[in-house]
Design a protein around this ligand. Sequence first.
Ligand SMILES: NC(=O)c1ccc[n+]([C@@H]2O[C@H](COP(=O)([O-])OP(=O)(O)OC[C@H]3O[C@@H](n4cnc5c(N)ncnc54)[C@H](O)[C@@H]3O)[C@@H](O)[C@H]2O)c1
Length: 257
Amino acid sequence: MTEGRVLAVTGAASGIGRALTEQWVGAGGRAVAVDLAAADFGWATGDPGIEIVRGDVTSPATHAAMVEACVRRFGGLDALALNAGLTAAGSLESLPLEEFDRVLDVNLRGVVLGLRAAIPTLRASTAAAVVVTASVSGLGGDPGMWAYNAAKGGVVNLVRSAAVELASQGVRVNAVCPGPIRTGMTAAIRDAAPAVAAELERHVPLQRWGEAHEVAAVIAFLASPAASFVTGAIVPVDGGVTANSGQFSPPARTGPE
Ligand SMILES: NC(=O)c1ccc[n+]([C@@H]2O[C@H](COP(=O)([O-])OP(=O)(O)OC[C@H]3O[C@@H](n4cnc5c(N)ncnc54)[C@H](O)[C@@H]3O)[C@@H](O)[C@H]2O)c1
């Protein structure tokens, strides 16, 4: 289902974006991988199935370069994974407004810019799909993460709106909502605050952190023609976090390790 299809991925150098790019190209697809100038793309360099584009997703020029690379190198664009993101921690009163602006710019405005740039080229594909990486933090609140909650909440409803608007044009739009995933974004919690990391894990019914490849697999499915009747879906990839009402902690693990 991926064979020969061209995917553009933002935030592709590490974590979920890297896992997705590797899975896609490993399954016979081709990918344009977008990330910041300083990002480490050592793992992708020289791979004939991957074209690297460096830039910031808050700039329209980055998305223009991404689409141009898809057309020039691979002849078109079939699927788009708008995955670049970052978070910021701080109370409503203390987080500098500049950090709030940056979180909104990257996580929400960056998705708008990506959609605008890619839609005309996606329309030419016979099976076009967009998948946006939102978060369980877009479905509810977290202490000290209001800026990220606001941005990802905006992304969730943007995806619904885009799905409704673009369905008649043959472009499906869906979102994944990861729970706690073991990537660079969450490394500081595991390294510097093991008690918080353990508490987070206790709130996951599956009783563990998720891995980047487990989110990438769901994105790859939604981006493929196998998901041809799925649009506007907000899909949790969270080990059961959002299935829990929050009134009780899920039971501790009892099965085999
Ligand atoms: N890790 C988690 O627990 C978790 C949970 C829910 C949602 N997410 C979301 O998953 C997505 C991927 O994050 P990840 O966990 O793989 O983290 P990550 O930090 O490993 O990857 C994020 C990538 O985005 C890139 N990036 C950041 N700002 C950018 C910008 N302005 N322009 C271009 N690239 C930029 C980074 O350089 C990095 O390579 C993000 O949208 C994040 O919000 C992650």
